[in-house]
Write a protein that binds this ligand. Sequence first.
Ligand code: HEM
Length: 236
Amino acid sequence: MSAAVVNPAGRAARFYEAPIGKKAVMAITGIMLVGYVLAHMLGNLQIYSSNRDQINTYAAFLHNPASAGLLWGARTVLLLAVILHITAAVQLFFQNRAARPIGYVKKDDVPASYAARTMVWSGPIVAAFVIFHVLHLTVGAVMTTRDVGGNPITPDVRYNVISGFQNYGVSAFYIFAMILLCMHLYHGIWSMCQSLGISHPRYTRGLKKASAVLAILIAIGNCSIPIAVMAGWLTD
Ligand code: HEM
């Protein structure tokens, strides 16, 4: 009898070994991360609400102790998605390099957009930004942050964001990171469609445009906040 019975875990491992397996992992985790970034930006835009307490009410809702399991569940899934996304990206980079040890004689021959060529360093810089950002606004370890009524379950997000962006250096770093995130998302969303087989020459232009529009909207929404603070349009 043949011993070629492959169990599902073995099949998944073999699929992952091939570049397409890693691309699939990057695409699926990428969808989750884009979904988070979009939802997070829409949540942050509540800072413009005429109700000045709106964003703090929203933060209190997210930190509600009754749904702490949900919050930590979402954080765990997000962290796992980030780890898998970065691991697959690094492995794919080295796998591609090993498959092409001599390298191109003339790099200009490779038709790649600027965003595609910058993926290798826009990814690490965005990751570094996220670490700084969590230390800044979630942990409160970078700048002075405060809670409503001194209760850590109800952070004073409005004050923390506005006082943070009143520091021009911090605002400049956020805007720089958002521009890189925009480039990373533009190429990432487009590659994701290709990896998942959602591409056809007839739709290429449309898909590229849709990726650009989504990436630019996320960048504009996020950058608008430090800009509005520095311009004095958003005050605590
Ligand atoms: C101007 C743009 C942004 C603003 C104003 C902003 C604001 C905030 C605030 C206020 C928090 C703390 C929320 C809380 O404790 O309730 C937070 C957490 C976080 N932000 Fe942002 N954010 C921005 C952009 C981003 C971007 C672009 C990313 C990802 C690429 C990101 C990822 C995160 C993560 C992972 C957390 C931690 C979430 C958690 O504690 O569960 N943020 N952000």
